[in-house]
Design a protein around this ligand. Structure first.
Ligand code: MRU
Length: 370
C-alpha cells in the first residue's frame, strides 16, 4: 500500500496549469491531493497551511509565480515585470515569517531579469525580427521560469539530503531524539530538514527513538511528524508540548533536532511556537539542541531575531479548531503567535547543507555566504 512518503508534497502539473499538493489540513485521516490554479487558491493554500513548512512554501511560490505568468499578455518587458511584481507581492503576503517564500520569489525575479538580459544580448546582433518580438521573448522567459522553478524543487531535495548527512554525524546508535513541529518530508520535497538525519539513521540500520511534540495549536507534530515517521517504520512516540521537560529529565533525549523558518544573521532562529521553550529546557538538562537550516532559510539581511516578523494567527485555532465543540469561554482574549525565536546562545549547532555551524554564528554564517 502507498504510504504518505510515496506522495509528492508539491508538484507542477503543466498540462493542467496547476500546482498539486497534499492537503495537509486533512492528515493523517485522509490523504487528498488538490490542485491550485489561481493566485487566490495558491494564497489560501499557503495561508491555511494546506501546504506548509518553509521549504515547501518556497517551492510552491516558485511554481506559483511561473504559472501566474505563463499566460501573460504583456507586450513589453516593463509591463511583464510590473505584472510579475504585482503577482509576486500578492503571493508573498500569504505568510510573513518563513523567508523561503520571499527568497523563492526574489530568485525567480532575478532569474527573469538575467535571462532577459542574456536573450536580448544574444539576439541583438542577429537579423531575426521574429526573435526580437516581445511575444517571442515572453515565451522564452516563461520557459526559463519553468526551468528555474523545477530547479528550486530539485535543489530542495538535494539540500535536505545533505543536511541529513551532516546531521547524521551528530547521532549515535541508540539515541533518543526530540523534535518539535514538522520539519519533515511534508515540509519539504523529500527527507525534511530536521527529520533528514533521522531518515538516514533509520535507512542505515541505526536504532533510534524519536519523540514528537504534538505542537499546539495546529498539531503539526501529532498530525504530520508522527504520521510520516511512523510510516517510515521509525520508533515514534508522541507527547504533548508541556511534557518535554519531564521527558528530558529522565535522560531519554540525547539530542534535539528542529527546523526553522528564518535564521537571522546572528544565528537567532525563528521556528514554530514552543521551540524556544524546548531549547531553554534542553539547556537546563544539557541536551544538545540543533537547528536544521538550508541556506535558503538564512536571512543575512535580518540582523537579529528581534527583527523577524512573527505571524499572528486567528484565535479560533486555539479555542475551537480540532475540538468537537469550542472549549474556551466565549470572548476570552487569545495570544496566538505562530512562531517564536530561539536565542542563538541556546543553539548547539546549525546544521546546513554545507556543514554544522557553531557559535559565534555571525562569523560562521558570513563565512558560508562568502
Ligand atoms: O506553520 P508551519 O507548519 O508552516 O511551521 C513550520 C515550521 O515551523 C517548520 O519547523 C519550519 O518551517 C521548517 S520546515 C523544514
Amino acid at each position: 500500500m502507498k504510504s504518505i512518503l510515496d506522495y509528492e508534497t508539491v508538484s507542477l502539473i503543466d498540462e493542467d496549469d496547476a500546482i498539486e499538493i497534499i492537503d495537509q489540513t486533512l492528515l493523517p485521516g485522509k490523504i487528498e491531493l488538490i490542485r491550485l490554479h489561481t493566485a487566490k487558491e495558491i494564497w489560501d493554500a499557503i495561508y491555511l497551511l494546506q501546504v506548509r513548512g518553509a521549504p515547501a512554501i518556497g517551492v510552491t511560490a516558485g511554481f506559483g509565480i511561473y504559472l501566474l505568468m505563463k499566460h501573460s499578455k504583456a507586450d513589453t518587458f516593463e509591463k511583464f515585470m510590473e505584472e510579475f511584481s504585482e503577482k509576486s507581492d500578492y503571493l508573498n503576503s500569504s505568510r510573513p515569517t518563513a523567508v523561503n517564500l520571499s527568497w523563492a520569489l526574489k530568485r525567480m525575479k532575478e532569474h527573469v531579469n538575467k535571462e532577459y538580459a542574456d536573450y536580448t544580448d544574444e539576439i541583438s546582433s542577429c537579423d531575426s525580427e521574429e526573435g526580437k518580438s516581445f511575444e517571442k521573448i515572453r515565451e522564452v522567459l516563461v520557459k526559463k521560469m519553468r526551468e528555474e522553478s523545477e530547479k528550486i524543487k530539485a535543489e530542495d531535495i538535494d539540500v535536505c539530503r545533505r543536511i541529513g548527512e551532516n546531521g547524521l554525524t551528530l547521532i549515535k546508535d541508540g539515541f533518543g531524539i526530540l523534535t518539535h513541529c514538522n520539519a519533515g518530508q511534508l515540509a519539504t520535497c523529500k527527507y525534511g530538514t530536521a527529520t533528514a538525519p533521522m531518515y538516514l539513521a533509520h535507512e542505515r540500520g541505526m536504532n533510534i527513538k524519536v519523540y514528537c511534540d504534538e505542537t499546539r495549536p495546529l498539531l503539526q507534530g501529532a498530525r504530520l511528524t508522527a504520521f510520516e515517521l511512523q510510516s517510515a517504520g521509525i520508533d515514534t512516540t508522541l507527547l504533548c508540548d508541556n511534557m518535554s521537560a519531564s521527558l528530558m529529565k529522565t535522560g531519554a533525549v540525547n539530542a534535539i533536532f528542529v527546523g526553522c523558518d528564518r535564521v537571522a544573521a546572528n544565528g537567532d532562529a525563528a521556528n514554530k511556537i514552543g521551540t524556544s521553550v524546548v531549547a531553554t529546557v534542553a539547556k537546563r538538562y544539557n541536551v544538545p539542541f540543533y537547528v536544521c537550516a538550508p541556506t535558503s532559510t538564512i536571512d543575512i539581511n535580518t540582523p537579529t531575531g528581534d527583527a523577524i516578523n512573527i505571524e499572528q494567527r486567528k484565535p479560533e485555532e486555539v479555542t475551537e479548531m480540532w475540538y468537537k465543540e469550542r472549549m474556551a469561554p466565549e470572548g476570552v482574549k487569545v495570544y496566538n503567535p505562530a512562531f517564536d525565536v530561539t536565542d542563538n546562545e541556546l543553539i548547539t549547532g546549525i546544521v546546513t547543507e554545507y556543514g554544522v555551524l557553531h557559535a559565534p554564528y555571525d562569523e560562521a554564517i558570513r563565512k558560508v555566504f562568502r
